[in-house]
Design a protein around this ligand. Structure first.
Ligand SMILES: *[C@@H]1O[C@H](CO)[C@@H](O)[C@H](O)[C@H]1NC(C)=O
Ligand SMILES: *[C@@H]1O[C@H](CO)[C@@H](O)[C@H](O)[C@H]1NC(C)=O
Ligand SMILES: *[C@@H]1O[C@H](CO)[C@@H](O)[C@H](O)[C@H]1NC(C)=O
Ligand SMILES: *[C@@H]1O[C@H](CO)[C@@H](O)[C@H](O)[C@H]1NC(C)=O
Ligand SMILES: *[C@@H]1O[C@H](CO)[C@@H](O)[C@H](O)[C@H]1NC(C)=O
Ligand SMILES: *[C@@H]1O[C@H](CO)[C@@H](O)[C@H](O)[C@H]1NC(C)=O
Length: 377
């Protein structure tokens, strides 16, 4: 997938493909006024994370392609995303009139003039030094920065400058895979909290590493409600069928683990903000955004918020770890049906566009800065 492809303003193109009444409901509530402020400097973005943000890095690194029905809602061709269309990061780029971010590892058609995407599907904060954990992604960034500056000093004017690296936005959205692994280990509450602290420490090291390289603008996402994923619901036997599910049908212990992670992450952002002179750190409560949409799915015209669109098996979850979306035995919902979960783990483009609009509203950000604060400073 070409990184430098031109696209229209994403939210209006979402609207053009759904019915008028849906469009009115959707667009009236998701078009955020705040994103229209013009960037004064060229927006440059770097993102670190997992498949929630991976725009093709994992596909390139592992030599894997995600064929139809992946991409059926937007790209209509191989694009390396684990969704039917755009991810939150794609909508962020559109809101800034920037091209989609090329994956750092994509050797064909990449264009890094507006940043790079280091996120890789399956990545976690741990284990360290293993492809492509967060510390490796940050080391890749440091190498990318050194190479860019070296080439620039040799006359390659299209490489990013030191000033552009300094003014860039650094986004981190990671932790879901670490948590996912931890909750299957039947740890005690204390052990789980201890494990989560080790994940948060890795995020701290990542932010400090980027800061040491001159980065100063950070945008940090909390992790989503793990216990609402069809994958988790279909494969986690409840310890107590009465107390383990919340009123919306999500697994309480898994969501509590996500909340513990987020509490520590929020505290970390506060701590780093006082430690890092001249840096700006925005913490975004992505958990609440995702949970609110799951809880109010019907209001937004979504069907069965806990069931995957693409997978194997019937209700309630349509998820079978042996027959995943993209495999021969999996089937996908009708393209006209609005689902939140694409494949049991990843969200649909329709869901991602609403998540992005909520994030762009700043209603869930601490402090409530617009996404484009970094290109206007
Ligand atoms: C993006 O382009 C539109 C239309 O030209 C403009 O109104 C808007 O201010 C731009 N947004 C940014 C963040 O530059
Ligand atoms: C890379 O993208 C920028 C803008 O995003 C564009 O101006 C430039 O022409 C592109 N370079 C190549 C080689 O495609
Ligand atoms: C999680 O906790 C268990 C039990 O204390 C421990 O064996 C394991 O090493 C921990 N994992 C991490 C990543 O901290
Ligand atoms: C489940 O929890 C409820 C409420 O605490 C309790 O009354 C019930 O005995 C528990 N069931 C099992 C199987 O542990
Ligand atoms: C912070 O910014 C001020 C004003 O731009 C500058 O003088 C100072 O050196 C900066 N401090 C650090 C640690 O970067
Ligand atoms: C953000 O909050 C304002 C004020 O409460 C509200 O009017 C607006 O609809 C909210 N936007 C989103 C996307 O939630």
């Amino acid at each position: 997938m070409e990184g430098g492809e031109k696209k229209g303003y994403g939210i209006s193109s979402v609207c053009s493909r759904i019915s008028l009444s849906q469009a009115l409901v959707l667009c009236l509530c998701i078009l955020p006024a705040s994103v229209h402020a013009q960037c004064e400097k060229k927006p440059v973005i770097f993102i670190f994370g997992d498949s929630n943000s991976d725009t093709g890095g994992g596909s390139a690194a592992n030599g894997m392609t995600f064929g139809p029905p992946f991409g059926r809602a937007f790209f209509h061709e191989l694009n390396g995303r684990l969704s039917d269309g755009r991810l939150m990061i794609d909508f962020f780029c559109e809101s800034l009139n920037a091209s989609y971010l090329s994956p750092y590892l994509e050797s064909l058609g990449s264009n890094f003039t507006n940043g790079a995407n280091f996120a890789i599907g399956g990545a976690g904060t741990l284990p360290r030094f293993k492809a492509f954990s967060l510390d490796v992604q940050v080391r890749q960034f440091v190498q990318f920065r050194q190479r860019s500056l070296l080439l620039r000093s040799k006359g390659y004017a299209s490489q990013l400058s030191e000033e552009e690296f300094k003014n860039a936005l650094y986004i981190i959205d990671i932790g879901q895979n670490d948590l996912s692994a931890a909750v299957t280990q039947h740890l005690s509450h204390e052990q789980l909290i201890q494990n989560i602290t080790t994940f948060i420490t890795e995020i701290k090291l990542a932010v400090l590493g980027i800061y040491k390289s001159g980065g100063k603008n950070f945008w940090i996402h909390s992790t989503g409600p793990l216990g609402c994923l069809p994958q988790k619901l279909a494969t986690t036997p409840p310890r107590n069928a009465t107390t383990d599910y919340d009123p919306h049908g999500c697994l309480v212990p898994l969501n509590n683990a996500a909340k513990e992670f987020n509490g520590q992450l929020r505290a970390l952002c506060k701590e780093l903000q006082t430690e890092m002179t001249n840096a700006t750190i925005v913490y975004v409560d992505v958990y609440s955004i995702k949970y609110n949409l799951i809880a109010n799915a019907a209001k937004y015209g979504f069907e069965k918020p806990l069931m995957a669109c693409c997978g194997y098996g019937g209700p309630p979850y349509r998820y079978n770890p042996n027959f995943l979306c993209g495999g021969g035995r999996a089937t996908a919902c009708d393209p006209g049906q609005r689902y939140l979960s694409w494949d049991g783990v990843h969200y649909t483009e329709a869901a991602n566009s609403i998540f992005a609009a909520n994030i762009l509203s700043t209603n869930f950000s601490t402090p409530p800065l617009n996404l484009n604060f970094f290109c206007n400073a």
